[in-house]
Design a binder for this molecule. Structure first.
Ligand code: PEP
Ligand code: MG
Length: 595
């Protein structure tokens, strides 16, 4: 139950995920432990209450079967089998009879009756020292919370797609699959207890231009649906019950940002070239064909990263080959002649279907190319769709999470059989389509020379490269301050990757968040990367900076950085360089005087 908070303005500080300032009523969703009403029924209520309980069981069954269907198609029958245990809970006669007896004979309302009985069973299973039974307790808790949500009519994640009023969403966590459901005209901003700057939820918030703040500890217990709140996505704060003075000050900040955006818009058709003539490619990261208008408006040159897994997360059923082909073709044709780099599926980690089994270490587990290589039929389906789209524009393909030469060779072999199939069937594709590997695991950077023999380009995923190099979970707000892409170890791995690609005549892009951050762009320019790819919203600022800086100064910066041990100091020096040529991009965003 939310704690009672004092009246008046309250400021909660966290991590800024996506810039912008908005205010609206709060909608609190996905509460971990909802408040369970406990009341005595009057006698003629019992029949209705039993029917309500029965209906909640039916609705829960349908919900679980839907999740199971999605997981089966995308991840295979084994993964989907986990949900059989959940369905069995709904058929447990002993458990259900006890709930019904409480309702019928003891006049307890359905929520309380179910909560009591399910809780008793789960505690009993937990108490036994047996791995299998403890897992059954977890299944029981999962199913119980679904049944209770149905009984309570609680705002669930699906609510995000059918809101009537604009809201600020406050939740313990918001997953990427939830962000994929968001109605962006109604969710003005969001604030969460947990999360880091390079989580996929943060990335989606920046893409959707939804101001967002994470790492607010227990804010989801401190605010309630119906409270009025302001999200400061620049400074990283949620302000509940903002005073008129606060609203006025933030209004001024909004105006300043709007004026800067207008100015940056003038650069749309200009090239991304530094003052001393280094021409970089500035491309966009996208998640779906619907992002293309934003790519065009941003003045970027095509797509440097198409995160195809979001096509899977935003649908009830995973897309088949035709649906994938259509999505890839649409993007390729819309961007032509500019290139579109399509990344094969990167499911796993924090990108899971609702209800999908969570591994103990999801970022070190069955993720990305590992899933694709273990499911060659599904993988081929995606590769064929990408190859077919290559006949309609300039398509390039890249594999995520490559950690060894063998993976790359196997992926390329499967790709070659897809080419052979299409040739045999007389289906057109671009036989010269470039193929690349993402470098986001230290092992890949360390063997970049060997990998370079099998691809035409590399794309540095600095979000994961930082996570895996520094052993810092990119999702965890407690260690967010340690997730530093300017750490000298990360910079060395980037340097090795660039050198290895260039030595073989290949090229290197960066598509992690570092590529769109004015504070870190000077380092990437100095390290010699050829392309920066970022969410369309930040492209104009990146171009503004590139056109005002000198590559020679960026190279000097990198030389100094390589001798420096401190990530913070390197970041400071890079940011100073950027600020000295483009101070507008760093102007204060927090109102003066606000504590
Ligand atoms: C990265 O890891 O930097 C990257 C671009 O991939 P993703 O953020 O989708 O994991
Ligand atoms: Mg990655």
């Amino acid at each position: 139950m939310p704690e009672r908070e004092p009246a008046g303005e309250r400021i909660y500080r966290g991590i800024a995920l996506a810039g912008g300032v908005v205010h609206a009523r709060v909608l609190r969703i996905g509460q971990g432990t909802p408040e369970i009403p406990d009341r005595t029924l009057v006698p003629d209520e019992t029949e209705g209450e039993l029917r309500r309980f029965q209906q909640a069981l039916v609705d829960t069954r349908h919900q679980i079967q839907e999740v199971q269907r999605r997981v089966a198609v995308a991840m295979g029958a084994h993964e989907a089998g986990i949900f059989d245990a959940h369905l069995l809970v709904l058929e447990d006669v002993a458990l259900l009879d006890q709930v019904k007896a409480l309702i019928r004979d003891h006049h307890v309302n359905a929520e309380a009756a179910f909560h009591r009985v399910a809780g008793k069973y789960a505690s009993a299973l937990d108490a036994v020292d047996d791995e299998y039974l403890r897992e059954r307790a977890a299944d029981l808790r999962d199913v119980s919370s679904r049944v209770l949500n149905h009984l309570l009519g609680l705002a669930g994640e699906s609510e995000l797609s059918r809101l009537r009023e604009p809201v600020v969403v406050v939740a313990h966590d918001i997953t990427p699959s939830m962000t994929a459901l968001i109605d962006r005209t109604k969710v003005l901003g969001f604030a969460t207890d947990v999360g880091g700057r390079t989580s996929h939820t943060a990335i989606m918030a920046r893409k959707l231009r939804i101001p967002a703040v994470a790492g607010l500890v227990d804010v989801s217990r401190r605010v309630q649906t119906g409270d009025y709140a302001l999200v400061d996505g620049h400074g990283g704060a949620l302000i509940v019950n903002p005073t008129d003075a606060t609203l006025f000050q933030y209004g001024q900040i909004r105006e300043r940002h709007a004026a800067l955006e207008h100015r940056l818009g003038d650069l749309r058709d200009q090239a991304a070239v530094t003052l001393d003539g280094t021409r970089l490619i500035l491309a966009s990261n996208i998640e779906e064909p619907g992002d293309i208008p934003a790519v065009r408006a941003s003045g970027s040159e095509g797509v440097g990263l198409f995160r195809t897994e979001f096509l899977f997360l935003s649908r009830a059923m995973p897309p088949d080959e035709e649906q994938q082909f259509e999505a890839y073709r649409e993007v390729a044709a819309a961007c032509a002649p500019a290139p579109v780099i399509i990344r094969t599926l990167d499911l796993g980690g924090d990108k899971l279907f609702p209800g999908q089994h969570v591994e103990a270490n999801p970022f070190l587990g069955w993720r990305a190319i590992r899933i694709s290589l273990s499911q060659p039929a599904q993988f081929s389906l995606q590769l064929r769709a990408i190859l077919r789209a290559s006949a309609h524009g300039c398509v390039k393909l890249m594999y995520p999470m490559i950690s060894s030469v063998e993976e790359l060779i196997t992926a390329n072999q499967i790709l070659q059989s897809c080419r052979d199939e299409l040739t045999a069937a007389g289906i057109p594709f671009d036989p010269k389509m470039e193929v690349g590997a993402m470098i986001e695991i230290p092992s890949a950077a360390l063997i970049a020379t060997a990998l370079a023999a099998h691809v035409q380009f590399f794309s540095l995923g600095t979000n994961d490269l930082t996570q895996y190099t520094l052993a810092v979970d990119r999702m965890n707000e407690r260690v967010a301050h340690l997730h530093s892409s300017t750490h000298p170890a990360v910079l060395r791995l980037i340097q090795m990757t660039v050198d290895a690609a260039h030595a073989r005549g290949g090229w290197v892009g960066v598509c992690g968040e570092m590529a769109g951050d004015p504070a870190t762009i000077p380092l990437l320019v100095g390290l010699g990367v050829d392309e920066l790819s970022a969410t369309p919203a930040v492209i104009p600022a990146a171009k503004f900076l590139l056109r005002r800086m000198k590559t020679s100064e960026a190279r000097d910066l990198v030389k100094r950085a390589m001798e420096c041990g401190s990530a913070d100091e390197i970041l400071r020096q890079s940011q100073d360089l950027a600020r000295s040529v483009a101070p507008e991009l760093f102007e204060g965003s927090r109102p003066a005087g606000l504590k």
